[in-house]
Design a protein around this ligand. Structure first.
Ligand code: PLP
Length: 311
């Protein structure tokens, strides 16, 4: 992923990734209090990239920080500066098509849990990342399972934050799924309601309706989720936000997952039960195809979702 020429943006400066070393006493490294984002840019024309919904991602980054009491003052850079940092990091790494990872973390200082005075750092890295759940997954669909790990409840976590330490739950679910021969894990909440996957939001299609768990559940408010809901509505497909349990998942006509990394990925089986025809369903295909048109700059009505830049 990183090579000797890779550069990152660290606290306002572009430097060689090799020089951007962390102290082993970095607070976030020990305890996980940090916020991050995952953003994609696509080549929209030769030599021209477009960052997809950059403003929304940076707004969510600041919201994640707010949730864990890292203030805008602590961050020390404005939203506009971090947005510019994302574009600059792509440029210096020669990427039109790339995955961008801003991280805000607590540095060296007090080693106690509270860390009220540790400095806050901001880093932005970027790299080339293909289809997160595999090229074949995009066309043929993936095999998912219900995880034995539940999504942690509202009283103990802040699931609307994209927070580093919270991903331990996702990592455990994903590792369990992979080691059992599945591509991805779907997590239930404590009441057995379907929430989301380890790094994606989840949709089912039933009788022509697109259904997804509501934001009142402990799920991340995915930017791809919101995008796909809007695109479905524009296509005249009914979109419903409501809770459902695993039985509706097994009985769905189609299931798909959304995420910046995973884009729109069909699910062909859940817990070894075939979903629909066991392949990408027609509504999933329609939404996926429109999604790629939008992110790759082929849809004029959605061009304001892209921040263009040349390399
Ligand atoms: C737990 C979780 N849910 C959902 C998503 C999808 O969010 P987005 O579409 O904003 O990338 C992600 C990825 O960021 C995630 O980590």
């Amino acid at each position: 992923m990183l090579n000797p020429e890779t550069k990152v943006w660290l606290n306002g400066e572009i430097i060689a990734a090799d020089e951007a070393r962390l102290s082993h006493l970095t607070h976030t490294f020990h305890y996980g209090l940090g916020a991050f984002e995952g953003i994609r840019s696509y080549e929209v024309r030769p030599g021209v990239g477009g960052v997809f919904r950059l403003q929304e991602h940076i707004d969510r980054l600041f919201a994640s920080c707010h949730l864990v009491t890292i203030t805008a003052e602590d961050i020390g850079a404005t939203r506009e500066q971090i947005m510019a940092a994302c574009v600059d990091t792509l440029r210096v790494n020669g990427l039109t098509d790339g995955y961008i990872r801003p991280v805000i973390y607590l540095g060296e200082g007090a080693m106690g849990i509270g860390a009220l005075t540790n400095p806050t750092h901001t880093m932005v890295a970027a790299w080339k990342w293909g289809a997160y759940l595999g090229e074949e997954g995009l066309t043929k669909g993936i095999d998912a399972c219900i995880s034995s790990y539940n999504r942690p409840g509202h009283s103990g976590t802040l699931s609307k934050g994209k927070l580093a330490g919270q991903y331990i739950n996702s990592i455990l679910a994903k590792r369990e799924a992979l080691s059992n021969g599945f591509h991805e894990a779907i997590l239930l909440n404590e009441e057995g309601l379907v929430t989301e996957a380890s790094g994606e939001n989840l949709f089912i299609v039933k009788d022509g309706q697109v259904i997804t768990p509501p934001l009142g559940l402990n799920i991340l408010a995915g930017i791809t989720r919101a995008t796909v809901m809007q695109l479905a509505t524009e296509l005249g497909i009914a979109v419903v936000e409501r809770t459902f349990a695993r039985d509706e998942l097994y009985l769905a006509d189609e299931v798909f997952m959304t995420g910046t990394a995973a884009e729109v990925t069909p699910v062909r089986s859940v817990d070894r039960r075939r979903i629909g025809q066991g392949s990408r369903g027609p509504i999933t295909e329609k939404l996926q195809s429109l999604y790629f048109d939008v992110v790759q700059g082929r849809s004029a009505p959605h061009s304001d979702w892209l921040t263009p830049f040349d390399v």
